[in-house]
Design a protein around this ligand. Structure first.
Ligand code: ADP
Length: 663
């Protein structure tokens, strides 16, 4: 019968009804617009129970209920007293069933129990279980309390955790909410808060570690040592954030690890590549389903101390989208004014990041958001020459791989010529990651020969190299064998190092169109147009008839292969290839060039010179045309890279053509 009707917003009614009798559902007669069912009334439990049985049931259910009230604290004192005063067994069972908060499944179980004895049994089992679960919760809460006692943390943090433990204790532990809360408490207890490791300030040891771990990288090591010296002088104070920028596999991560080792700091790495959602850095609020702390917090948890060295890998590969600004979140992490109270949405209590030593890495400086870049001190790491790679392999990669693969000293020899072939024909990279992998493959093959075939010693030479590695993967895009018309060699900078790129131009009868195909970005297209404008402006010097440009199409193509960054630095190369095709004069095959072109044929400076020169060297180019304004950059480049390359400085297209066109 209806006891109460409440009108709710959105045309909803809430109706409170009281059941008059128990019935069994036989079948549904109607589902729409409301359910109607055929039911059969359940007969009263006719069983007669003996006095002693009734008494036993009464006592035991009353006691269970009393314990439940005490331990859960979820039934008000008044109500509990009222229920405990009930003398009639049936009445007691039904009042407990109604007033103890139970899941629907449990309520249904009680409803389905037909006899008094069955009802008693079901209810007693449910209550016993609830009490047991409550006990568990109490145990876990005790454990948390013990851990909290040991925790080194501020009062703010301790108070917060203590409050959450109280909340956890008073919760029904079968609820999903309680498991969320326990995960949360465990996370808080697991964070390092005030736990720190002691830094070493031994500069001599630091130098030794850097030196022992890495071949070359002279500038990088020196910059790091300066950084460590300043840190020592300011006793750890607010040191700038270092950012190592360079192609993959050039030792950035490995240098950062050495810094951690030198300072006796714990090392943790966060890979930021592809992070788009601010919450990955700052965490999700707990109310969010599947909420998790952000990566900074997780890294601290991993480190186990609040002053680790944290490597922010690939900081140039984060992006921002509708989900909030990742770079703003990172800025907060890195800002010494703010990071002593870093707020992770999940953690809720501020964490102190001021003693974390951050080092970032990036492939491309341009990919780093400006405000972040302003906070960092950039150290450039460049690609290696073949000679450097050989040294790195001999002194570091081969010994490391031998050890990893359990090959005893002297059992495997890679001859110098074979190693050089591995560098030039089996890998193609600025760094040495691929080379390390290739060495690893050889070691694994050799390990099998030694183990399975009982071979005593394995020697890898140029003849048997392909039995270890298969056919070589790269036939280097070498300097062309002979000079050709309409083909000029440019130098490109990509995120993974330098590369040469060949620009091809065809001229054919047409309507004066400039057709551009292949790997061209917008800026490249513009410089192609600037090139053609320049050529038209000097047409008479090369005896090109003005009608030429109305009667012919010029097709400029950059073959796929290399994926250069869009930029203006192919300007003079395109102009050279076009002019060569138009006036039918060959371009020298052993020359490569880089430089931006203006409409008047001036040559403007470009970036990425070191990587570009390395690429030229790999391609066996003999002469490189470089913008005059880049002269100071050349002076900073290692003699080893310049060795064997003739550098010609060019100021205008006339000089470019003078050097590049075959005599
Ligand atoms: P990055 O972080 O720049 O991508 P890594 O630090 O992962 O590169 O380097 C790749 C591998 O090459 C590592 O095993 C590293 O130890 C090794 N390596 C790179 N540069 C050098 C070097 N100059 N001397 C010795 N080992 C090096």
């Amino acid at each position: 019968y209806i006891k109460q009707v409440v009108k709710l917003p959105h045309d909803l009614l809430r109706v409170l009804v009281e059941g008059l009798e128990r019935s069994e559902l036989v079948g549904l007669e109607q589902e729409d617009p409301f359910l109607m069912a055929e039911t059969v009334g359940v007969e009263e439990d006719g069983a007669q129970y003996g006095r002693s049985l009734r008494e036993a049931m009464y006592r035991s259910i009353r006691e269970l209920f009393q314990r439940y009230c005490l331990e859960s604290g979820r039934i008000s004192k008044d109500l509990a007293a009222k229920i405990l005063n009930i003398q009639n067994l049936e009445e007691l069972v039904s009042q407990i069933s109604v007033n103890v908060p139970l899941s629907y499944q449990n309520q249904q179980k009680i409803l389905e129990a037909l006899t008094l004895e069955e009802q008693y049994e079901v209810l007693a089992a449910i209550l016993t279980n609830e009490i047991e679960v409550l006990h568990n919760t109490a145990d876990t809460a005790e454990e948390y309390r013990d851990k909290l006692k040991e925790l080194q943390a501020s009062k703010e943090v301790r108070d917060k955790i203590s409050k959450e433990i109280d909340r956890f204790k008073s919760m029904n532990s079968s609820a999903a909410e309680s498991s969320v809360l326990s995960t949360y408490i465990e996370t808080l207890l697991d964070l390092p808060w005030d736990k720190k490791s002691e830094d070493s300030m031994d500069l001599e040891e630091a130098w030794k570690i850097l030196e022992d771990g890495h071949y070359g990288l002279k500038d990088v090591k020196e910059r790091i040592m300066e950084f460590l010296a300043v840190r020592k002088l300011t006793s750890g104070g607010k040191s700038p954030i270092l950012c190592l920028v360079g192609p993959p596999g050039t030792g950035k991560t490995s240098v950062a690890k050495s810094v951690a080792e030198a300072l006796h700091k714990k090392y943790v790495r966060i890979c930021l590549g592809g992070v788009r959602d601010e919450a990955e850095i700052r965490g999700h609020r707990k109310t969010y389903v599947g909420a998790m702390p952000g990566r900074i917090t997780v890294a601290l948890q991993q480190a186990g101390v609040s002053n680790p060295l944290m490597l922010l890998d690939e900081i140039d590969k984060t992006s921002s989208d509708y989900k909030g600004d990742t770079s703003a979140a990172l800025l907060e992490v890195l800002d010494p004014e703010q990071n002593s109270r870093f707020n992770d949405h999940y953690v809720e209590v501020p964490q102190d990041l001021s003693e974390v030593l951050f080092i970032a890495t990036a492939n491309d400086m341009e990919g780093i958001p400006r405000p972040l870049l302003d906070r960092m001190e950039v150290i450039e790491v460049s690609g290696y020459t073949e000679n450097e790679k050989e040294h790195i392999a001999r002194e570091h990669l081969i010994p490391k791989q031998l050890e990893v693969n359990g090959i005893p000293k002297g059992k495997l020899t890679i001859q110098p010529a074979a190693l050089r072939k591995m560098i030039t024909l089996y890998t193609r990279e600025a760094g040495v990651r691929g080379l390390e992998r290739t060495i690893g493959r050889i070691c694994r093959k050799a390990a099998r020969e030694i183990m399975e075939n009982g071979q005593d010693k394995v020697v890898v030479n140029t003849k048997n190299l392909d039995t270890f590695l298969g056919k070589s993967r790269y036939s280097y895009l070498m300097a062309n064998k002979k000079d050709e018309v309409g083909i000029a060699r440019g130098l490109a900078w990509t995120q993974v190092g330098g590369d040469t790129l060949q620009i091809e131009v065809n001229v054919m009868p047409g309507k004066g169109e400039l057709v551009l195909t292949g790997q061209l970005g917008d800026v490249m297209k513009e410089s192609a147009m600037a090139g053609i404008s320049y050529i038209r402006s000097v047409a008479d010097q090369y005896d090109i008839k003005q009608e030429f440009f109305q009667e012919n199409d010029i097709h400029v193509h950059i073959p796929e292969g290399a994926v250069p960054k869009d930029g203006p630095s192919a300007g003079i190369t395109m102009a050279t290839a076009m002019l060569s095709a138009i006036i039918d004069r060959k371009v020298r095959a052993d020359v490569a060039m880089t430089g931006e072109i203006t409409l008047r044929g001036r040559v403007l400076p470009i970036g990425g010179l070191k990587e570009k020169l390395l690429a030229a060297k790999y391609a066996r180019i003999k002469q490189v045309l470089v913008p005059k304004e880049n002269k100071p950059d050349i002076q900073e480049i290692d003699a080893e890279i310049l060795d064997g390359l003739k550098i010609s400085y060019v100021d205008n297209m006339k000089e470019v053509l003078h050097e590049a066109l075959a005599k």
